[in-house]
Write a protein that binds this ligand. Sequence first.
Ligand code: NAP
Length: 298
Amino acid sequence: MPRLKNKRIVVLGASGRIGFDLCRKLAPDNEVIGIARFRDAAREQALRQMGVETYKIDFATEDFDAVPDDADWLFIQVAYQHGAEQHPELAEAINVHLPARACMYFRGVQGVVFASTGNVYGLPGRIVTEEDREAPIGVYSLTRYAGEQVVKFFCREFNVPTLILRYFYGNDARYGIVKKIAEALLRGELPPVWMGMQINAIAHEELVERTLRAAPHARVPALVMNLTSSRPYPLEDVIRLVAEELQIEPPPLDRIEERAQMTLAAHTPIQDRLLGETRIPLEQIVKAVCAGLKKARS
Ligand SMILES: NC(=O)c1ccc[n+]([C@@H]2O[C@H](COP(=O)([O-])OP(=O)(O)OC[C@H]3O[C@@H](n4cnc5c(N)ncnc54)[C@H](OP(=O)(O)O)[C@@H]3O)[C@@H](O)[C@H]2O)c1
C-alpha cells in the first residue's frame, strides 16, 4: 500500500499525543494543516517549525471557516473523555457533532481516518473482535459510538473512503495502561478492578506508525479496525513484568471474578491481515515505561 505523499492533510487534534506525531511524520512529504486549541503554545510552535500550518480553533464553539476546505485527507484525532459523565453536552459536541461538522466541511477529501476507541464495545467481560456488536455503556462510550455512526453516514453519503480505528491502550513513558499499573504497584496497590483480567498494550510509536499504514485501506462503506497489540496479555503477566523491572514484590491479585467481568480486551484480525501482527513486545513497552518512572523518581 502506498503511503500518503504530496497530499494536503488536515489533522484535527494536532497538539495531542497521536495527532502531533502524525503531523510530524506526515510533514516531510505532505502539506499538513494542524488544528487544535493549542493550550500548550510550545506544541504549536514545534509544529510550525516542522512546516505544519496551524489553526487555533475550539471545536466545541468555533467553526472551520478560516481553514481552506480543499484538503485531500482528514484525520480526526480528538475526543472528550475525562469529564464526559459530568458534561454530557460537551461530550456530544466533541464526540458526535465535531466529526459530523468536519465530514461536512471537508467533504471533498479522498479519505477520512477517524480515531475511535475500544470503549464502544462496553464491558464485554471477554476478548472481542470487530465482529462483536458494540454495547456502549455510559456517556463517553455512547458518544464515541454515535460519532462512529456519523462518520459511517457521511462516508456513504459523500462516497468518501473512510477508516475507523478503534484504538486500545497506547503506551509510552508519558501515558498508558502500563504506566498506570506501574504507578499503582509503586504505591503498594493493585491495578484498579476496571482494568479487567486481560489487557492489550501497544507501543505509542507503533500505534502512530500503524495509523499511517492503515490510512490507505480507507474504503466505502467504512472499514472498522481494532488497532492495538495483536493479542491481549493476562494482567498477572503485566504485573509480574512491571514488578520485576521496578524490583518490587506485588501484592497477590484479588477480586478475580469481578475483574473478569470488567475485561475489555481485543483480538485484531483485520489489523493483522492488512498490516501484519504488532512487533513491539510487551517486555519492551514495560522497560521503556519503567525506565521513565525510575528516571522521574531519581
Ligand atoms: N492514545 C490512546 O491510547 C488512545 C486510546 C483510545 C482512543 N484514543 C483516541 O485517539 C484520539 C487521540 O488520542 P490522543 O491520546 O492523542 O488524545 P490527546 O492527547 O488527549 O489529544 C487530543 C487532541 O484534541 C484536541 N482537543 C481536545 N478538545 C478540543 C477542543 N474543544 N477544540 C480543539 N481541540 C481540542 C487537543 O488539543 P488542545 O487541548 O491543545 O486543544 C489535542 O490536540 C482520541 O479520539 C482518543 O479518544 C486514543
